[in-house]
Design a protein around this ligand. Structure first.
Ligand code: GTP
Length: 597
């Protein structure tokens, strides 16, 4: 154990975690030239294309330092706030963390929130000033910022570049010298923390763990404490670039186990693995079920594809346990599913995966958060509202609560006014304002989650000219004056377009919705009235005017092959459109409420 180091890399998004991780792998020879590929640890295609880490990954390196052989377990963590639970579990599996700070960007919101997580877990922090090769790098100033934040000596900050490889040797030296070796007792009953799992279509779910006490052996009967299920350890091993099967993984080390589990949801990140016969009495603290934050309907473009969509979602869930879904039906869209996501990015990823991996074209409805409603008849009984159309009628409704978050925003002093106005517009209440340096300010707000899951990031970027970073965590439910704004097209209510909106903004949002829908709904042979209503009261109206001329007319009677070609082309492109009554609604219209500004 003396020669093991378990560490993670934490940083604000895009500060260069994955790139630096690649350099560490190169340097220690964990990757041969042939295996080399940019951002090696981001193994999903989507991860590579988007340049973001979606899942955490772990990899073991061997490194000889001052004639002693060391085993270094690196746990790479995702940077996006949607996946922050995985960051916290990865952190819990380590003794130390490299805190990467971009030398041009300095400290950002997730730098701080991840640092706090690491400090709560008593990790040794190694500050790394990254991207020093950039012409725009500002090493002196950013080093000062880091020193202020950590209260460390300037000499402790390692200058590095993931791009050129500069400073990588110093990073490795610091990992060995500054991060403590793991403690733990091999003779105690098995206690291992699950920090990740990966779905493998051939071998089932691979569970990644860190052994705290005892050891896990091939052929052992093991138990997952939170799910209370027993399994047989078919294979255990360490995680190099490929898996290396071993007989045993002992306290202090990181490894994987394969038990033939076929569904991702059986393995919960944060759960404790123990021995089935002589279980530990101590589950590792802090386990929580990951809860979806954003809900939306997913409907097949072709109603006939419903069963196929169900099968695809079930398969997707096998390897992404954080996706939840339940069948729902909409008067407008027919049969589909109400799905829960960790955030908007997660939702986009699911939609994209359905398309790429399962060839499904789907319509996604306006996302919303999960509300709690209470009726007058039973004011203590929570009605969970994951779909605005499930909100009890105003006549029986007692009150509604919505989820709130604590938002942390770091920006330049010049933009404080803009950021505050934006947050107040989004129903935020400022709770703190701290000058980190004379230039940089940290603001904290209590805000409704509903206001930030949508266009908040984009607006924040605009009002701060890109100089703001943002992070949040949930703080519970609060009562709010919410009403349901319904949309009627051609006098028919379209349930999939309803949204819950704060009463004070409802009239304004209703009006903007109508205007936006007028832009988005294609003109047809007849006038289409677009109305917004609260209950029976119409609050706004627009009209999509009829087309003056029938443009498809020229297809009739004329060249039939041309028409067929047109139809075929349409089929192939399977436009994301839904016919509701006699109105065609394009996908963008379902998202209109998100893009009103
Ligand atoms: P997430 O995984 O999405 O959180 O991002 P990350 O922190 O892993 O960042 P990543 O390694 O993907 O790097 C982000 C961008 O910065 C990429 O375009 C890299 O090529 C670039 N980059 C990373 N390290 C350096 C560096 O040392 N110098 C320069 N010039 N660019 C770098």
């Amino acid at each position: 154990m003396k020669h093991i180091r378990n560490f993670c890399i934490i940083a604000h998004i895009d500060h260069g975690k994955s790139t630096l991780a690649d350099r560490l792998l190169d340097y220690t020879g964990a990757v041969t030239a042939r295996e080399k590929q940019d951002q090696l640890l981001d193994s999903m295609d989507l991860e590579r294309e988007r340049g973001i880490t979606i899942k955490s990954h772990a990899i073991q390196m061997e490194y000889v330092f001052e004639d002693k052989e060391y085993v270094l377990n690196l746990i790479d963590t995702p940077g996006h706030v949607d996946f922050s639970y995985e960051v916290s579990r990865s952190i819990a599996a380590c003794e130390g963390a490299l805190l990467i700070v971009d030398a041009a960007q300095s400290i950002q919101a997730q730098t701080i929130s991840n640092l706090y997580l690491a400090l709560e877990n008593d990790l040794e922090i190694i500050p790394v000033l990254n991207k020093v090769d950039l012409p725009s790098a500002n090493p002196e100033e950013v080093t000062d910022d880091i020193v202020d934040l950590l209260g460390c000596d300037p000499e402790e900050v390692i200058h590095a570049s993931g791009k050129t490889g500069f400073g990588v040797d110093n990073v490795l030296k610091a990992i060995i010298e500054r991060i403590p070796s793991p403690k733990g007792n091999i003779d105690e009953p098995l206690q291992a923390l699950i920090f990740d799992s990966v779905y493998n279509p051939f071998r089932g779910v691979e569970t990644y763990f860190r052994v705290i006490n005892g050891s896990i052996k091939k052929g052992q009967n093991i138990k997952f404490i939170a799910t209370d299920k027993n399994y047989f350890a078919d294979e255990v091993g360490t995680l190099k670039l490929k898996q290396v099967p071993k007989k045993e993984i002992q306290a202090g080390d990181v490894g994987y186990v394969i038990t033939g589990i076929k569904e991702a949801k059986e393995v919960k990140v944060g759960d404790t693995i123990t021995d089935a016969k002589t279980p530990t009495t101590n589950a590792i603290e802090g386990f929580e079920d990951v809860k979806p934050m954003v809900f939306a309907g997913i409907y097949p473009v072709d109603t006939e594809d419903y069963e196929e969509l169900r099968a695809s979602m079930e398969k997707l869930q096998l390897n992404d346990a954080s996706l939840v879904f339940a069948p729902e039906s909409s008067a407008a869209l027919g049969f589909g599913f109400r799905c829960g996501f960790l955030g908007m990015l997660h939702m986009e990823i699911i939609q994209e995966r359905l398309e790429r991996e399962f060839n499904m074209t789907v319509i996604t409805t306006v996302p919303n958060v999960s509300y709690h409603a209470f009726t007058r008849k039973s004011p203590d009984k929570t009605v969970i509202v994951n779909n605005p159309s499930d909100l009890p009628e105003p006549s029986i409704l007692d009150r509604v609560e919505e989820p709130y978050i604590k938002a942390t925003i770091i920006t330049k002093a010049d933009f404080v006014g803009n950021v505050m106005s934006l947050c107040i517009e989004k129903r935020g209440q400022i709770t703190n304002q701290t000058y980190l340096t004379t230039e940089r300010v940290e603001l904290t707000f209590d805000m409704p989650l509903a206001e930030i899951v949508f266009d908040f990031y984009d607006r924040l970027k605009t009002v701060s000219k890109g100089y703001a970073s943002f992070d949040y965590h949930p703080i519970g439910m609060k009562q709010s004056k919410l009403v349901r704004v319904d949309i009627l097209l051609n006098s028919q209510p379209v349930d999939a377009l309803s949204a819950l909106i704060h009463a004070d903004n409802a009239a304004n949002i209703g009006k903007k919705m109508c205007e936006k829908l007028k832009e988005l709904i294609p003109r047809q042979q007849f006038d289409i009235p677009i109305q917004a209503a609260i209950g029976a009261k119409i609050i706004s109206r627009e009209t999509t005017k009829a087309l003056r001329k029938d443009v498809t007319a020229k297809c009739y009677g004329g060249d039939i092959s041309r028409k067929r070609k047109l139809l075929e082309k349409q089929k192939k492109g399977k436009k994301r459109m839904r016919q509701v009554g006699n109105v065609e609604i394009p996908q963008e219209a379902f998202m209109a409420v998100l893009k009103l500004n």
